[in-house]
Design a protein around this ligand. Structure first.
Ligand code: TRP
Length: 342
């Protein structure tokens, strides 16, 4: 039987927040603990972060540590999930170079996520070539581990499509009827709320740039304060007024975080009838969030005080990942007949 292998990761451009948690981290931990996978690789994508942060490498470096703490905090276990740093695997960049020949510039320009990012960053007239090509590098990240499953948020769907295209093209050109590379499947969060958690302000997406995020590392009082500022229903003025739950961020978060769905349903009904105030719902949400966040915060802090242990975990994971990628690269080069000295 062929192996089941997971590869996924995050750009270290900041600490991870609740959007990352419900969109991907929670699922990763569940998959890790399900013992259904033969190998799991979790990559800190610093080289990808540099494609749009070339001028601030010190920040990227600092965030590698923060993201590692977030991983350990949510319960990723280095014994079962290999956590590594992308830039330390030259194999990934060799693969990228070869894949680049199989992709057209116009195809890259059509990638909807890249397009949205270009607009958001104001790159229109000066797109860094590395940025435009990061989906190719992402195909290298995935295929270098023979990944079969890539658990990610919905915004990564175009990357997976592009990866699958590259795999098919590669196998077609160099495979001689054989599958040299494995075509991966995307694994999206099961519920719509978790696919795209809105920000505190009700904007479509929780993000560092928009300043509307709750971080996994936020202290309890900060979380409570942020929940107080959450967007609810502007037409719900008096407690007795009937309120709306659609687009009401507090209820959206309850849907994403509260396992007691009966209580949430009851609260929604009460709110819609009138007579349930925002203060009460927010208070309940704070309790619900703390159930998730308290243990994460505690574990995260414990590791924060043991930085040497965290760095050594990253070093071990990176060595292991490099060995795996080297095997796959050797296979790729053989298939391309560029193994002159074998
Ligand atoms: N693009 C992902 C992000 O923005 C990070 C990433 C890089 C990734 N390479 C990957 C995710 C490979 C999954 C698989 O966070």
């Amino acid at each position: 039987m062929s192996k089941k292998i997971i590869l996924t990761g995050d750009r270290p451009t900041g600490k991870l927040h609740l959007g990352h948690y419900v969109g991907s981290l929670r699922e990763r931990v569940r998959l890790q603990n399900s013992n259904e996978y033969d190998e799991i690789y979790i990559m800190i994508a610093d080289a990808q972060a540099l494609t749009d942060h070339a001028g601030t490498p010190a920040a990227v470096r600092e965030n590698i540590f923060e993201v590692a703490l977030d991983y350990l905090g949510v319960g990723l276990d280095p014994q079962r999930s290999t956590i590594f740093i992308q830039s330390q695997l030259p194999q990934l960049f060799e693969l990228t170079t070869y894949y680049m020949n199989l992709v057209t510039v116009s195809r890259l320009e059509r990638n909807p996520t890249v397009k949205a990012e270009i607009a958001q960053k104001g790159f229109e007239t000066s797109i860094p070539a590395g940025f435009l090509c990061y989906p190719v590098s992402q195909a290298a990240d995935i295929t270098a581990f023979d990944a079969t499953t890539v658990p990610v948020g919905e915004d990564q769907t175009p990357m997976l499509e592009q990866t699958r295209e590259i795999v098919r093209k590669f196998n077609d050109v160099y495979g001689g009827g054989q599958s040299i590379l494995i075509e991966p499947d995307i694994l999206l969060p099961s519920s719509d709320v978790c696919k795209r958690l809105p920000g505190l302000d009700g904007k479509a997406k929780m993000s560092k740039t928009l300043g509307n995020a709750i971080y996994l590392s936020d202290e309890a009082d900060v979380v409570a304060q942020k929940v107080q500022t959450m967007y609810t229903d502007p037409t719900h003025i008096k407690v007795s007024d009937p309120g709306h739950v659609e687009g009401n961020v507090v209820f959206t978060y309850l849907d994403a975080f509260c396992s007691d769905t009966a209580t949430v349903t009851e609260m929604k009904e009460h709110y819609q009838r009138g007579g349930l105030g925002d203060v009460k719902v927010k208070k309940y949400l704070i309790e619900v969030l703390e159930e998730t966040l308290e243990p994460i915060r505690r574990r995260r802090k414990a590791y924060e005080h043991r930085p040497d242990e965290v760095m050594s975990m990253l070093r071990t994971g990176t060595t292991k990942a490099r060995n795996k990628a080297a095997e796959v690269l050797a296979r790729v080069k053989r298939s391309m007949k560029i193994n002159y000295f074998d």
